[in-house]
Design a protein around this ligand. Structure first.
Ligand SMILES: Cc1cc2nc3c(=O)[nH]c(=O)nc-3n(C[C@H](O)[C@H](O)[C@H](O)COP(=O)(O)O)c2cc1C
Length: 198
């Protein structure tokens, strides 16, 4: 099982970075190999250029695909599982990760028809892990947890992944109350990946 972690947080002082470090440690302990796209570290360009928009919007698949997007396509094709890890900002992922979907999910690759261009593979597993300031109970109560799941799992991961799961690590404003449970949840989800790879 080859794993790609698409990580999006600007600061190494963050809790999300601690989760990232923990995730990599637990994956290594389970002998699961991974590759990382650290979007801020790579200075990944989240904004679409005018040409990219015209390629998507007018389905001009003859227009070129940027080299950094091609590099992400290659990582996807090497992977069996992608883990998206980010903090919840305004009830969604950071704009840089949204931009990853805008640009990397290019027409003819991740959606739409184009016979002259290889299509995105179907991956075995897609896992979304996000940290959130609000507790999970509150995010469930106000319907935001469900909205985030609809958008990430049903739309962005969609049919491109056979198995999908979203882990909302909520309540980070009172971290000491939740950190133990979060770390256990990370271990459990990695064991699921391991079982799926067997
Ligand atoms: C710009 C911004 C927007 C945020 N929006 C939300 C939000 O909509 N819902 C929520 O539960 N937490 C929100 N938070 C809190 C973060 O989710 C929380 O700080 C993060 O999950 C964990 O902190 P970290 O930045 O140390 O990794 C927001 C934080 C920032 C900086």
């Amino acid at each position: 099982m080859n794993i790609l972690i698409v990580y999006s947080h600007p600061s190494k002082k963050s809790y999300t970075f601690q989760v990232f470090e923990r995730l990599k440690l637990v994956l290594s302990k389970q002998n699961l190999s991974y590759e990382v796209s650290d979007l801020y570290e790579m200075n990944f360009q989240g904004d679409m250029s005018e040409t990219e928009y015209e390629r998507e919007g007018f389905i001009k698949t003859e227009l070129p695909i940027a080299q950094d997007v091609r590099a992400e396509h290659a990582k996807i094709e090497r992977a069996d599982c992608i883990i998206f890890l980010y903090p919840v900002w305004w009830s969604d992922c950071p704009a840089k990760l949204k931009g990853w979907f805008d640009r990397v999910y290019s027409v003819g690759y991740a959606y739409g028809q184009n016979d002259s261009f290889p299509k995105m593979k179907t991956l075995k597993m897609g896992l979304v892990i996000c940290t959130a300031g609000h507790p999970n109970d509150f995010l469930n109560e106000i319907g935001i947890a469900q909205s985030m799941k609809n958008i990430m799992l049903d739309d962005r991961l969609g049919k491109r992944f056979e198995q999908k799961e979203m882990l909302i690590l909520g309540g980070t404003l009172e971290l000491e109350k939740v950190i133990g449970q979060h770390m256990r949840q990370i271990e459990e989800v990695v064991i699921k990946i391991k079982e799926h790879s067997a």
